[in-house]
Design a protein around this ligand. Structure first.
Ligand SMILES: Cc1cc2nc3c(=O)[nH]c(=O)nc-3n(C[C@H](O)[C@H](O)[C@H](O)COP(=O)(O)OP(=O)(O)OC[C@H]3O[C@@H](n4cnc5c(N)ncnc54)[C@H](O)[C@@H]3O)c2cc1C
Length: 429
């Protein structure tokens, strides 16, 4: 089965729709020469370009993105920026490795925060912390494992019972939970827009320029779009799951769609009911729901997955609404203003696909749903690798992505795992 070379979305990005309209940068036209081409202007690609430029300011960098910044994949997420390892990465029995990862995540989050401050990026970045809460036995076991990890790592948190969760979040849906302070919330479309806007002027960025091929051109590489090409000594594929169509290892990476919706602005009674302080809640089960408030008084919900293709958004919207109303029956009459899907790159064991795949062709993909901070970290490390500078031992810390069977077995395996996990985590979806 051939994989798409670029993302396409059925509906506009809900976060971008809340922002003033922007004029996209011109698409790549004609033939150019550069030292480095970065494919993808997401968190990974931006970090590659920034770090590469800071270490080799005289080299010419061209960044190409298939979509318009903010409207594409990096603007479509839920805006959780974790300063510590993701729950599904966390493991108390690998403490030394996890402590290093936590320190690197904090350092990377501090870098992103400094950029937001320095360039005055208006993206509602706030250190709100995050809740994790569970209703059923499976979710409670996962919560206990996460608590073990936090204990072992000496990280602070607060336990919450049903009553305390109700006071904080205005829902009696969850039986127990915990609050950890190590997380920021952000408006993701505003963040990625601001990060791309604040790239040094010497870096050329072209939007609506899907890369169709990366081919050897004597001693260099030629990166081609439908209207132009760039010949460069080095190329970084930072286009997540779509890197497969351009030379990354397709046996280790897959594209997963997940879905989100924003309610209309809630009236003052409803806002009071769900809490006036901003908050975000991550699921304890991998198929569970993410919830958060927004600065302008809405609720966002994210849930559901599909394999390699976006599902009909009307069906998705009905599922998201039913999950929302299960938690907040008083929102039954509140409409979703926006529903959208987004892609993310997934590897079977959660380890990123990272490194040099052919001479001077590099890839970083497969952030497995936590890519704002992790993508920035891996992009920074990849720029250093490309410039032969000392860098983080990514395979040592994050592991190497495991092999996945080809189609149609892979799809069957995904569907089987999803069915099993859905059953196990049904209380959390
Ligand atoms: C609904 C949803 C909620 C999520 N919530 C969170 C969250 O709260 N926190 C978090 O950290 N992560 C979250 N994620 C995951 C997160 O968005 C990704 O891990 C992150 O965006 C990965 O960053 P990246 O730069 O590696 O890739 P991407 O953000 O996917 O960026 C890749 C870029 O490459 C471009 N591209 C693709 N193909 C081509 C091509 N052929 N030519 C040129 N350009 C191309 C794309 O347009 C895109 O701009 C969520 C994802 C979704 C879908």
């Amino acid at each position: 089965m051939s994989k798409a070379a670029q993302p396409s979305h059925l509906r506009p990005c809900g976060w971008q729709a809340l922002l003033p309209p922007v004029t996209p940068r011109p698409a790549l036209c004609g033939d150019q020469v550069a030292d480095l081409v970065v494919v993808g202007a997401g968190y990974t690609g931006v970090a590659v370009a920034q770090t590469y430029h800071s270490l080799a300011p005289d080299r010419r960098i061209v960044v190409l993105d298939a979509e318009t910044v903010g409207e594409g994949s990096p603007g479509r997420n839920s805006g959780f920026m974790l300063e510590i390892a993701l729950a599904n990465d966390a493991s108390a029995d690998q403490l030394a490795r996890m402590s290093t990862l936590n320190a690197l995540s904090r350092q990377t989050m501090a870098r992103l925060k400094a950029q937001v401050d320095e360039h005055d990026i208006d993206c509602q970045l706030q250190r709100t912390g995050t809740y994790r809460a569970a209703r059923g036995d499976e979710g409670r076991r996962a919560l206990a494992r996460y608590q073990d990890f936090l204990d072992a790592a000496g990280l602070s948190y607060r336990r919450l019972d049903l009553e305390q969760l109700d006071t904080a979040l205005g829902t009696r849906y969850y039986a127990e939970g915990l609050y950890s302070p190590d997380c920021y919330l952000v408006q993701p479309a505003a963040l990625i827009g601001g990060l791309v806007d604040s790239l040094p002027e010497a870096i050329d960025c072209h939007e609506r320029s899907p890369v169709l091929a990366v081919q050897r051109d004597k001693e260099a590489w030629r990166v081609s779009t439908s209207k132009g090409s760039v010949r460069a000594q080095q190329v970084v594929l930072a286009n997540n799951a779509f890197a497969r169509a351009l030379g990354a290892d397709r046996s280790r990476l897959t594209a997963i769609y997940t879905y989100a919706a924003l309610t209309a602005r809630l009236d003052s009674d409803l806002t009071a009911a769900i809490g006036t302080e901003p908050w975000g809640l991550l699921p304890t089960h991998r198929l569970g729901c993410t919830l958060r408030t927004t600065a302008d008084g809405r609720l966002m919900i994210r849930a559901q997955y599909s394999y390699e293709a976006e599902r009909d958004n009307a069906t998705v919207a009905a599922g998201l609404k039913s999950s929302l109303v299960a938690r907040y029956p008083e929102l039954a009459a509140v409409e979703f203003e926006r529903v959208w899907g987004g892609t993310t790159g997934l590897t079977y064991n959660g380890a990123p696909l990272w490194g040099e795949v052919a001479e001077n062709l590099f890839v970083s993909a497969g952030c497995n749903g936590g890519g704002i901070v992790k993508g920035t970290l891996l992009g920074d490390a990849l720029a250093r690798l490309a410039l032969k500078q000392p860098t983080v031992d990514v395979p040592g810390l994050f592991g190497k992505p495991s092999w996945m069977p080809p189609e149609p077995i892979r799809r069957l395996a995904f569907d089987t795992i999803r069915t099993i996990e859905q059953r196990k985590g049904r209380d959390e979806t």
